[in-house]
Write a protein that binds this ligand. Structure first.
Ligand code: PMP
Length: 424
């Protein structure tokens, strides 16, 4: 803790806001790097929990924002047509959806991921005329009352009086490898002794991120799509964290070749940390009247400017190809990390989102002891990582997608050394 962080210590307690894992004051950021007031440089493998897929302050996005501000562009235009809105929608439809053979209507639900999830739930319930929702154990879908009812982490839910009566959580396939989870879900839907009301929708992340980095098998995702069709359930993919090319596909569900009915996006869809969210809706489900799901900050203009520029970067820089082509580097390091404590460390991931699960190293210590040591050592050595999963025992490895190979390897080296030190 340096002297300049004192104000944060005196104003905040451990419960009031985010955990303060990084005791310094950050002032500047570029690409994969962050700098603090003391001039120290850090490699950022946290990336705003997935909000910075194209790195900090990419020139193109920054320049577009400055240009828009300098010509007195409209900043707020509730319910009005604007140029940034038109340009974003046109670009998204022409350059993102059409080439992929996808047809969705875009809805602007508000500034954050949880707004997108709330909108998706509300729409699904209205379309099907049923309130029930199926979600996966281990899911994270947000912190407001609808989305937190789907989020299963006990610490996030604590004391919130979360209404659960219409939510059914089912095991994710990794939880009980011997269980045929699709068959289990089907039994809940068809057995009139299951006690479960028929839901409107099934919502999931194709790779659980805050739940501990668990990619769902592609075959299983295809089975789930087919099951939803057979039982008249809408399939909602929450792509808030692992969307925008994080997994190697712009939409994470492209990995499995499925098309959901509703998709939620936020975080990196805002370009580089601008608050923005989207709900993609199959056209026939768009039954909302204009203004039926409204609010003041729906599609902030600067976010639209940044979002379009972010998509241009994604396409021009061929980010999806780069991510797919470089996934082997992660595999190489993950294997090395597992070998540091054979049988005690497991790793998993896809594209540029990986988890190092250190639960097996905690022994009789509190869950998360080892991962916290890794986080602290890594920070001291100039690398920023976050912890997720059960007991916060999984280190989430999530660099920006345009990171150069040298910096990527340097960050992974720091991580490997930190794990080696922590498990000694
Ligand atoms: N869905 C998923 C999959 C997320 O990871 C998150 C955020 N971690 C959210 C929804 C909620 O997004 P926000 O924090 O922007 O409300």
């Amino acid at each position: 803790m340096n002297a300049n962080t004192n104000i944060f210590e005196s104003y905040e307690s451990e419960v009031r806001s985010y955990c303060r894992n990084f005791p310094t004051v950050f002032t500047r950021a570029k690409g994969p790097l962050l700098y603090d007031e003391e001039g120290r440089e850090y490699i950022d493998f946290f990336c705003g929990a997935g909000a910075l897929n194209y790195g900090h302050n990419p020139d193109l996005i920054r320049d577009r924002l400055v240009e828009y501000l300098q010509c007195d562009g409209v900043m707020h235009a509730l319910d009005m047509y604007t140029r940034p809105k038109r340009e974003f929608i046109e670009f998204y439809e022409e350059k993102v959806l059409k080439p992929r053979g996808l047809n969705f209507k875009l809805q602007f639900p508000g500034p954050t991921g949880t707004n997108a999830v709330e909108a998706a739930l509300k729409l699904a319930r209205k379309v099907k005329g049923r309130p029930g929702i199926f979600a996966l154990m281990g899911a994270f879908h947000g912190m407001t009352l609808g989305s937190i009812a789907l989020t299963t982490d006990a610490a996030s839910r604590a004391g919130a009086g979360v209404p659960l009566e219409h939510v059914t959580h089912v095991p994710a396939p990794y939880m009980f490898p011997e269980l045929d989870t699709l068959k289990y879900i089907e039994t809940l839907l068809t057995d009139d002794h299951s006690g479960v009301e028929k839901p409107a929708a099934f919502i999931l992340e194709t790779t659980q991120a805050d739940g501990g980095i668990y990619p769902m098998p592609a075959e299983w995702l295809r089975g789930l799509r087919e099951l939803c069709d057979r039982h008249d359930l809408l399939l909602i993919v929450d792509d808030v964290q692992v969307g925008c090319a994080r997994t190697g596909w712009f939409f994470s569900f492209e990995r499995a070749g499925i098309v959901p009915d509703i998709v939620t996006q936020s975080k990196s869809i805002g370009g580089y940390g601008m608050p923005f969210a989207l709900v993609l809706i199959k056209p026939e489900l768009d039954i909302w009247e204009p203004g039926e799901h409204n609010g003041t900050f729906r599609g902030y203009q600067l976010s639209m400017v940044a979002a379009k520029a972010g998509l241009e970067i994604m396409l021009n820089e061929r980010v999806e190809e780069k991510v797919q082509g470089r996934a082997h580097i992660f595999e190489e390091y993950m294997k090395k990390i597992e070998d540091l404590a054979p049988g005690k460390i497991s790793t998993r991931g896809v594209g540029y989102v990986w988890g190092v699960d250190l639960a097996g190293c905690d022994g009789d210590k509190a869950p998360g002891t080892t991962s916290k040591r890794v986080l602290d050592i890594a920070f001291k050595n100039g690398l920023i990582v976050e912890r997720v999963g059960r007991g916060n025992s999984v280190i989430k490895v999530m660099p920006e997608l345009l990171i150069d190979e040298k910096t990527l390897r340097k960050g992974l080296d720091i991580l490997t050394d930190a794990v080696r030190d922590a498990v000694k």
